[in-house]
Ligand binder design. Sequence first.
Ligand code: MN
Length: 467
Amino acid sequence: MVIKWCGRFHETWIGHSPLDVVSWHGNYCPCKYDLRTYSPVGAILFDHPDPSIFTVLTAPSGQERTANIDFVLPHGPDRDAFEHATSGALKPEKFDETMSFMFETRFPQHLTEYAAREARGLLDAGGTFAEPRLNGFIARGRAEWGRIRAALTALLAEGATGELPLLPLAQARMYLPIRVTEFTDFYASRSHAFNVGMLFRGPENALPPQWTHMPIGYNGRASSVVVSGTAITRPMGQVRGPDGPVWAPSGRLDLELELGAIVGADSPMGTRLSVEDAEAMIFGYVLLNDWSARDVQAWEYQPLGPFQSKALGTTISPWIVTVAALEPFRCAGAPRSNPLLPYLHEERPGFFDLTVGWSMNGQPMARTNYNVMYYSSAQQLAHHTESGCPMRVGDLLGSGTISGPARDQTGALLEMTENGKAPVMVNGAPRTFIEDGDEIALFAEARGEGYRIGFGPCTGRILPAKA
Ligand code: MN
């Protein structure tokens, strides 16, 4: 890709389209734009003497004949493109393999702070810090993770003389740290699996027979993973009613307190990973709230597992805590009921001593430790590749709900309220599931000698359903 910017040409090689967009020929939804700010115009501005380029929306600036931003389509300098665009039928049409719209703005772009640091030679991450997500950096490999971590630590150390440009956290806007490639969620706390199984299937069938032998998971949605602070809309869904199914706003909206492991390397199709190899591939961890519509889940989940009940949204924290930072907190997990098959055998403990918990509208609700889990992320990742399934940088693995045995250690309201039968008091009012306007916040921390590692916020507020 070659771009002209501030009077100079810049060239880079990228293996994909620079536009993560889908667009259609024609503008059929002008109401999507605030037309007090944008005025649709016909064709061709003076700086584009090409009849096949149309400015469809422009936001005028205070300077005459200069727009703040122009939204331009379609793009194609040839006669065919012009004919096609002006004489075609007025219906949505998908354009493939072409640039289908572009923006122009009079404001110059500005470097991000990370890019500035790289430019000043303080950090060299091969240009990946100028990208909006960390996938490019993560793909540079484990040795680079360590090198950059050491360089950053030195720059931030007390008494360091580097000219690191720092921004107060309160002024920073946090974004999704990675482009989530795919999302898989597991079911790895024995207390959670037993409690939930009991509610859905009774005590005899609570823990499925395979549960102590393999990590149970399902393939979730990467497209609905959002960063902390993003509002979540209560989903509509099909739920069981007294006289058959009804379509209604979910009445049993819940959270799930989890950690998310970020896969940091690709594995080719047909390759099975050992637990040891899998462990070396994990870049780090985020907090993860796997929002769940329990009434939808109860009706839909057999025999293929959760579908729409889990697709409504998954919130993650914007900070990834690296495995290297967590290394001093490595510890054993829950005791095993039976030996695992050799491919799941761990040479060393794969869990971390992390206090985790959640609050509702500011009131602490539960607190437990990540070390209650039965399967580590490395075991889950190894199991994921048992079939030869390829894994890729940016794959997100949900740990499964983290719940201890006691009521104030549960990572979901389903367990805490026994599926709504035993309400809990939140700021003086009884609650069974999440109501509109409620805000759920997760937390996790590790405490070392004289220091603490936090995970940053993982919050989400529930908006009313769109009926
Ligand atoms: Mn989950």
